[in-house]
Design a protein around this ligand. Sequence first.
Ligand code: ZN
Ligand code: ZN
Length: 292
Amino acid sequence: MKTRCDWHIHSRHSTGCGDKQATLELIVEQARAAGLRSFGVTDHLHTKFCEPHLLACRAEYDAMSDKEGFHFGIEVSVLREYDHQQEEPRSKTAEPCDDWADKKLVLRLPRQLLEQLRPEYIIGAAHWSLGAPFQRDAIIRSYHRQNMFLATHSQVDIVAHPWWWGGGGVGQWQNADGNYHTLPWLDDFSVIPKSMHDEFAAAAIEHSTAIEINAKGLLLNPRYPESFRRQYLEYLADLKAAGVRFSIASDSHYPGYDGSLLCRIEAYLDQLGLREEDIWQPGERKKEVPVE
Ligand SMILES: [Zn+2]
Ligand SMILES: [Zn+2]
């Protein structure tokens, strides 16, 4: 399937990971050249630290004269309650704590900020281990808990890159060559109980939350082993069989827009039997969104 949409793109306003040359104009120009018809920018909203950058992104978006097919979204991160006020860009994840599983999970989405940003859609992701000890079972439980929190959240339209692993915030289980080939699930994705996938799919369907198929971070991640890719595709096939709605995402962090990412997953989308009508669109945005 040749995809015509992309709901996860980073601009220069994603602090720490966005490319400084990625203006919105350049993203739009290159995304259109790559054949996209509808797509959205989704810069990070981790903590308070990100807010001025997102406001600058919104101002740049508002000033554009040609926004045909181009939408404004944000990518929020799951945090522990006490983390979201901090001025640091990321959650303090390095220190595992015994009561991690009892800590309340939150997203930083203050009403005033949302009124200023007016996002057309919100994608949410687990980016950190959030205090879980670096042991396989605990990390699996933490990430499942975060994915369930997102799937059932009234303001989250799309759960971004489920089971992406980037070292839990501290590069845990990263080899000297930069790869992640072992724990927590990259050596064998079947260590995650099937019951967790079933519970996640059911929650996403019940709450009308789409689940993302992510090119750069998951299917094309050069730091992951080939065996993981095969198992992850089986996981996506099971989600499809369960009836979930998918969102397509390049997760481009590029000086402009990297049009090669979605091209390179077309064969995988065909393998899953996906059609254009199976893909989430902004018109499906959750209605009556309560603002905290
Ligand atoms: Zn992400
Ligand atoms: Zn992202």
